[in-house]
Design a binder for this molecule. Structure first.
Ligand code: GUN
Ligand code: FE
Length: 491
């Protein structure tokens, strides 16, 4: 849940051959493992002709598994720009609109060249995978063919994803703008049929109007109609990220009460909607988003980097907005790592709290005692939730991913804090702490759980992709340092 998770030091989990979790026994003594497996197998009806394979994997000390991360907002064709070309002529970091024009659109427009897409997309997808992102919501470029290439790469490399091509038919550079509403809609429909023709339940299409500024009302209406006609389609876009952007949007759509209302009025706001950023939402916009059941992707790295501001995530959670997931928003954000998004979400919540205390000191008590989350630091459990179940909820996939439960897909990370990872951050614990506490006669359950909590916290704040040994989607290992070093050994 938002405020708690179970740390299970002696859990036993079984997968079926399809990569689904068959069962979980939360606490099994080591000497009873084989017996428990025999008992479980005898309970399952196995057709006599089927052979049953049992592979036992025991985690080493200092390792644990975690549900895979969900990145609810990122831009695949911006990865080549990551961490560079962000400074304007006066040496300042660009803000959103200038950054889009000067940095982002020139790179995205290169994906007109399908060969370029074929060359770079596979590596880009693998970078997200190796950061522990098992499910990813990707914005492609405006180009149909290159976005098909992106979907192909994701399918081949085994990640779970929602993939969309951007719709843009106004306020965009001539070389990076769709010529008409019809061509934008047709290309979108074609991408959707193409992705569905791949017949994968892992890679799904998503309608992707870039943001209100880049779409005419007619185009937004057309996309809204597509959603109305097909209730399995989802939609992703940007909302209220930056002050100039909000002002420009309001000037373009004067008939709408707010930025969010633009999406509402064009049939693009419901429980299948993922809204990125939401830094500057007005009170009525939060109410509307809550009412429609839309989700918000919190992209703190990008919001800091582009100087957009700090989203009021605590307040959104208090209001029960279908929660918030985390997004890396590359290359507004300078890394594809959800771990960094976790760290920045934590810092963002702390700074919102500091700011609240500073302004409230003159008028009210310094802590917000009426709220559970607003103006407070997000707890560890909440950060974990946002990165996993919150993201699953945004993607409408809570029946499938986001946590470990029988019937769900095994989308998971094998995390190691062992010295071999070469990242001492998780290992530099007090001596007795890393001592084995989960086997032998003197098992201390409480101590073992505290140790897992400690490792999770150290992974979140000191860990990086070196600590991610294996990344699993649907039971298949598709990334992580252990997979890559195995491949190297074979070569
Ligand atoms: N708003 C419209 N397009 C973009 C984009 O590519 N990145 C970010 N951060 N905001 C946007
Ligand atoms: Fe974005």
């Amino acid at each position: 849940t938002l405020t708690s998770y179970s740390a299970l030091p002696r859990a036993l989990m079984a997968l079926d051959p399809g990569g689904y979790i068959a069962w979980i026994e939360p606490d099994v003594r080591p000497e009873l493992v084989r017996e428990t497996i025999q008992k479980k197998l005898s309970e399952i009806q196995v057709p006599a002709s089927n052979e049953v394979y049992v592979a036992l994997t025991e985690l080493e000390d200092g390792e644990f598994i975690l549900p895979g991360f969900v990145d609810t907002h990122t831009h695949a064709p911006q990865v080549p720009n990551m961490g560079s070309e962000q400074i304007d002529h006066s040496g300042q970091q660009y803000e959103l609109l200038d950054w889009l024009e000067n940095v982002t659109f020139p790179m995205e427009s290169r994906f007109k060249d399908v060969e370029f897409a074929k060359k770079v997309y596979p590596g880009i997808v693998q970078r997200f995978i190796d950061c522990g992102t098992t499910t990813c919501c990707y914005f492609g470029s405006i180009h149909l063919e290159s976005t098909k290439v992106l979907a192909d790469a994701i399918l081949k490399q085994g990640q779970r994803a929602l993939v969309g091509k951007c719709n843009m038919n106004q306020n965009s550079p001539v070389h990076y703008c769709e010529p008409s509403v019809a061509s934008s809609i047709n290309a979108t429909k074609e991408l959707i049929s193409y992705i569905r023709s791949l017949k994968s339940d892992r890679v799904l299409p998503i309608v992707t109007p870039r943001f209100a500024i880049s779409c005419t009302g007619e185009l937004l209406h057309g996309l809204g109609d597509m959603l109305k006609a097909d209730n399995t389609l989802a939609v992703q876009t940007h909302v209220s990220e930056n002050k100039s952007e909000v002002e420009f949007t309001k000037s373009l759509f004067p008939e709408c009460a707010s930025y969010t209302d633009v999406y509402e009025k064009h049939g693009l706001l419901d429980e299948r909607t993922i809204l990125a950023h939401a830094v500057l939402l007005e009170d009525e916009e939060m109410t509307l988003i809550k009412k429609r059941g839309a989700g918000i992707s919190h992209c703190p790295t990008s919001n800091f980097n582009l100087r957009s501001g700090m989203a009021k995530v605590g307040e959104m959670l208090d209001r029960g907005i279908k929660v918030v997931g985390l997004g890396t928003d590359v290359s507004g954000g300078f890394t594809p790592s959800i771990l960094t998004a976790i760290q920045h979400a934590s810092i963002c919540s702390k700074m919102v709290a500091v700011q609240f205390a500073a302004t409230a000191a003159t008028t009210q008590p310094t802590s917000d005692s009426h709220s559970q989350f607003a103006n407070k630091q997000l707890p560890l459990a909440t950060l974990l939730y946002l990165a996993t179940m919150g993201g699953a909820s945004l993607c409408c996939m809570t029946d499938k991913i986001g946590s470990f439960a029988p019937g769900k897909s095994f989308d998971a990370l094998l995390v190691s804090g062992r010295p071999e990872t070469k990242n001492p951050a998780m290992w530099s614990l007090p001596d007795d702490f890393m001592e084995s506490s989960n086997r032998g006669n003197h098992y201390d359950g409480e101590k073992a759980r505290r140790r897992l909590d400690e490792m999770l916290e150290r992974f979140f704040f000191g860990g990086d992709d070196r600590n991610i040994l294996r990344v699993f989607v649907q039971g298949n290992c598709i990334g992580g340092t252990a997979l890559h070093s195995l491949a190297e050994e074979r070569n």
